[in-house]
Design a protein around this ligand. Structure first.
Ligand code: SF4
Length: 150
């Protein structure tokens, strides 16, 4: 399977206290006012990549201890996202984080079963807090065992 990806790089800030591989999907249909990544709204701002090409980037970065999806809106390419999350778990046994403008309650089980950390909700400029997460309406869900905690 293939999907549109804008950039991939090693990050020290997207998952606190972890070295993560940040994978930016291109394309966002949510379009929050005040978004800082407007250049990624168009899906064609990224390039088509295969699952294998994305997984190669993980293989080439043995220091990463987390993979983090962001964008853009990762869930706009849901099938590609789920497939990558499943393969990351199976082939690398790494924890996976996702930043999404969508709410936790509407995310499919097939996706959340393969995630460990979810930062969710649309960015709201009027609720900007300048920290993590970026606006106070956004929620952070962590998987503890089989349970999610917010
Ligand atoms: S969901 Fe993220 S990328 Fe999309 S408009 Fe909101 S802040 Fe920007």
């Amino acid at each position: 399977m293939q999907g549109y990806v804008a950039r991939i790089f090693t990050s020290f800030i997207d998952v606190p206290d972890k070295i993560s591989l940040a994978i930016f999907f291109s394309g966002c249909s949510i379009r929050c006012k005040g978004c800082h990544n407007k250049e990624l709204w168009n899906v064609k701002s990224g390039s088509l990549m295969s699952e294998e090409e994305v997984l190669e980037k993980i293989k080439a970065n043995p220091l990463v201890d987390y993979v983090a999806f962001m964008g853009g809106e990762p869930t706009d390419q849901m099938k590609f996202l789920i497939q990558l999350c499943k393969r990351i778990k199976k082939e690398f046994n790494l924890p996976v984080a996702m930043y999404t403008g969508r709410e936790f309650e509407i995310l499919p089980e097939d996706l959340i079963n393969n995630l460990d950390l979810i930062i969710c909700g649309p960015y709201k400029k009027e609720l900007h807090v300048g920290g993590w997460p970026a606006s106070s309406n956004q929620r952070i869900f962590r998987k503890r065992g089989e349970q999610w905690q917010c």
